[in-house]
Structures are given as structure tokens and as C-alpha cells.
Write a protein that binds this ligand. Structure first.
Ligand code: SF4
Ligand code: SF4
Ligand code: FES
Length: 332
């Protein structure tokens, strides 16, 4: 079939703005978007710039925006794109500077990956294999949750809503990489704590808004957002609870445990705490919400059944579903 491919072109040396160019090509079944780009480059327009290497979804070089979503060109079927969208539009990855056409500048991406210390900075005193005394990764001694499958394609960073508005955000790929090292049993607890202390700062784990786009676009099922959630849990478990994000979670849980439901009027107090300036900023909003009946009385009585709610929290702290069931069974 003969199809039209619309490709975003931009040469910073000659163009003021990016523009679309259409190419018509005869393609057969099984053709990928990368096949098309290589053919256009070889047969029609040698000036088209795109990046690729393995052609097998391994190297991560060919990530780009195809019909509005971040994908690897080498594993994107032209036929399927046509069936879903009725057209083929190709553009460079969003939110990264364009060098030329479909090639983006990945230096900020790599800088952030380096920024999370993607190596074991200090080994543990305890051997991972007590029998041999070796510091080796044995099957069953670690759980990387598939984050080690990342091919560093950058698709998740291009799709990230936080990165779109805050270019300093470490981003899903770098944070997933950090989670891989946090899960490595060979790294010492002190090094893990230092790692988490860095990650909980501004532009780190608490800046993710959990939009899930990184999970949707990742071609390797890395699920970076879930890695970020693991890092958050680990940070709180390590006692790193001073950041606004951590206080939001601990405050939320605290209110539910004591009142049986969320009380929005108390949330700012939990997050802002003794910061008088910020507190004065949220008090008028809290009063307006209270007057309009949007929040329960902060000084009201807990909900009926609060005993059961507190038992659930107690069971969760014990970490055992059986213990939880036993405790709940005792609740009158
Ligand atoms: S879930 Fe978080 S890291 Fe993933 S794309 Fe959304 S904001 Fe970015
Ligand atoms: S997490 Fe997935 S989308 Fe992000 S760089 Fe790694 S492989 Fe690509
Ligand atoms: S060319 Fe290597 S992942 Fe597509």
C-alpha cells in the first residue's frame, strides 16, 4: 500500500521553526516506522536525521513521538498505527532540545542518570552469600522489579508531565535507576540512606505527580512510577519524613487513623506545620472550606467504627495479614 508519512523537520541552521514534511512510500506488511525512516533517508531525502542502532528494541536510540505517543520506531508497526490512527505522524521526543529533525539532545537525560549515583557507592559489611563469603548477586537474593530492563530510551522523560513544567526534575528513568541500586543487597545500609537523603530533596521523588504516563509509554515495562513509589516508601521507612511530600503521606495516614476519614482542614497543618508564613496563607482557604461545608469540623468526634480503622493501622504496622485478621476478630 502507498502511504503518506508526515515527519516533523527542523534544522536549527536554516529553519526558524519546526515544520511538517510529507513523504509518500509504498510499504508492505510488517514494516516498522524505523524501516520507513531509513527508506526515506536512502531513497528520497538524505538530509532527514534520525537516530538508531540495533533495530531490535535493545539500544533505546530510536525513541520518538509517533502519532502523539512516545515509542521505539523499530518496534512500531506501520500497519497497527494506521489501523489505530488512520495516519502516521512522526516527531522528535517532547521536552528535550531538538538537535536536528528527529534527533534530540540527551545530555540532560544522561546528566540526571549520573546524578543518582548509578553504581554501588559503598558495599555492605555482610556478604550476600554467607556460605562462600562472596559479595555476589545470587538468584533470590535481590528483587529489581524489572527496573534493570531499562534501555535508557528517554521515552518516559519525554512523556513526563512533571518534567514538562520542571526541567530540573530527576525524571522517571533516573529515579528507576536509583531504585535498582536501592534494591541491590550489596550496597551498605548507610549508602542506601545517603542515596535516599539525596533523592528526597527538591526535584526528586516527591515531585512526581503520579500521572502514570511513564508507565504507559515505557517499551520495556519498567514501570518507573512504581519504582518512585518504592523509593518514597523506603525514604519514609528510613525516617526521612521532613519533606512536604513525606509529610503529606504521614499526615494523611495520621488523620485517617485518628478521625476515620480525611479532614482537609487539618491537612495543611500536617504539611506546613510551624511555618507561620505558609500557615497564614492557607488559613483563609480552610475557613472558607469550613463555612461552605466542604470539610468536617476539625474538632469534631471521630466516625463510628473508628476502632476498626485503628485496628487496620495497627495490623499494617505489624506487617502481617494474619495478625491483622486476629486483631480485627477481637474488635467488638
Ligand atoms: S508518574 Fe511521575 S515520573 Fe511518571 S510521568 Fe508522571 S510525573 Fe513523571
Ligand atoms: S524506563 Fe522505560 S521509557 Fe524510561 S528510559 Fe527506561 S526503557 Fe525507556
Ligand atoms: S534502533 Fe535500537 S531500540 Fe530501536
Amino acid at each position: 500500500m502507498r502511504l503518506t508519512f508526515s515527519i516533523q523537520r527542523y534544522n536549527p541552521e536554516t529553519d526558524v521553526h519546526p515544520h511538517e514534511e510529507d513523504y509518500r512510500l509504498e510499504v508492505g506488511r510488517g514494516t516498522t516506522v524505523l524501516d520507513v525512516l531509513i527508506r526515506i533517508k536512502n531513497e528520497q531525502d538524505g538530509t532527514l536525521a534520525c537516530r538508531y542502532s540495533c533495530r531490535s528494541a535493545i539500544c533505546g536510540s530510536c525513541a520518538m513521538e509517533i502519532n502523539g505517543s512516545e515509542k521505539l520506531a523499530c518496534r512500531t508497526s506501520v500497519r497497527k498505527e494506521l489501523e489505530r490512527h488512520g495516519r502516521i505522524n512522526i516527531a522528535p521526543l517532547r521536552n528535550l532540545p531538538v538537535i536536528k529533525d528527529l534527533v534530540v539532545d540527551m545530555s540532560s537525560f544522561w546528566g540526571k542518570v549520573r546524578g543518582v549515583t548509578p553504581w554501588i557507592s559503598e558495599t555492605s559489611d555482610v556478604a550476600t552469600d554467607p556460605r562462600s563469603g562472596e559479595m555476589a548477586l545470587r538468584p533470590g537474593s535481590y528483587q529489581f522489579h524489572n527496573v534493570d530492563a531499562c534501555i535508557m530510551c528517554g521515552a518516559c522523560v519525554a512523556a513526563c508531565t512533571t518534567h514538562e513544567v520542571s526541567k530540573g526534575f530527576l525524571g522517571p528513568a533516573a529515579l528507576a535507576k536509583a531504585d535498582r541500586f536501592l534494591s541491590d543487597p550489596r550496597e551498605s545500609p548507610a549508602a542506601k540512606h545517603a542515596r535516599l537523603s539525596e533523592l528526597e530533596k527538591d526535584d526528586g521523588i516527591w515531585d512526581c505527580v503520579r500521572c502514570n504516563f511513564c508507565v504507559q509509554v515505557c517499551p520495556k515495562d519498567v514501570k518507573p512510577m512504581e519504582a518512585i513509589i518504592r523509593l518514597r516508601r523506603a525514604a519514609i521507612a528510613s525516617g526521612l519524613t521532613a519533606s512536604g511530600g513525606a509529610r503529606h503521606i504521614t499526615g494523611f495516614a495520621d488523620i485517617i487513623e485518628h478521625h476515620g476519614r480525611l479532614n482537609e482542614a487539618l491537612m495543611p497543618l500536617k504539611i506546613v506545620r510551624f511555618n507561620l508564613k505558609r500557615m497564614l496563607g492557607v488559613i483563609p482557604l480552610g475557613i472558607r472550606m469550613l463555612l461552605k461545608g466542604k470539610v468536617p469540623n476539625p474538632f469534631g468526634r471521630p466516625l463510628p467504627g473508628i476502632v476498626q480503622v485503628r485496628s487496620i493501622f495497627a495490623a499494617a504496622r505489624l506487617g502481617s495479614p494474619q495478625a491483622g485478621r486476629r486483631r480485627l476478630a477481637k474488635v467488638p
